[in-house]
Design a protein around this ligand. Sequence first.
Ligand code: C5P
Length: 245
Amino acid sequence: MTSTNPRIFVALDFADETRALALCDRLDPARCGVKVGKELFVTAGPPVVRALVARGFNVFLDLKFHDIPNTVAQACAAATRLRVFMLNVHASGGRAMLEAARCGVDESAATLDCAAPLLIAVTVLTSLDAQALHELHVDESPADHALRLARLSQQCGLDGVVCSAVEASLLRSALGSEFKLVTPGIRPADSARDDQARVVTPAQAIANGADYLVIGRPITAAADPLAALVAIHGSLDASTPRGAR
Ligand code: C5P
């Protein structure tokens, strides 16, 4: 399946621009977007993002901004100027910061006369369990806290959240069909789990309501990354579609 709005984002978790671009030369921008996180961005900066956009990839800039509202608004505006497809902020930055992020993206896109990138919130880091939240004086469960932060993000006009594919069905029913769900922790049935504790297959993640799947090592560590990507698309096409996306 090819698309100009691919559902799979390949995580470019490299501290090496050459390696990241070499991998992308073996992928297909009609079949996947790419995720640039802190490791690659701190190593290679905006030029690697521009290089990926120039190769035709939808770029998810995964920098998880969390700062005072003005700083986050300016960072979101700068990300929009890089012509990324999607970027994210921490929902725990609060209402004023989330609203400022929305304004930063929208004003920058209006100035550039381009479509605004999807603005996504990170709710509760999956590395935080109930005990870690308790130490932060958050006494509701991680799932309840994630839902609270997702609702706040939606009220502030954000386009969606990053969440575990395990929890996607709950968020989908609570937040409606338009709110985007971006899910990492994806493993094809025959793949190693690596360090992921709870994994979901690509087809199950889509069935649970995910819009975009973030997949790293099952593709980046494969002998033939494009073949791995095509096989994942095949597993999606073989499962019941949730509707056109
Ligand atoms: O290689 P793998 O498929 O595990 O990569 C998953 C990507 O998604 C990594 O970039 C990882 O940092 C990111 N991620 C995650 N779990 C979260 C949030 C982000 O695995 N809860």
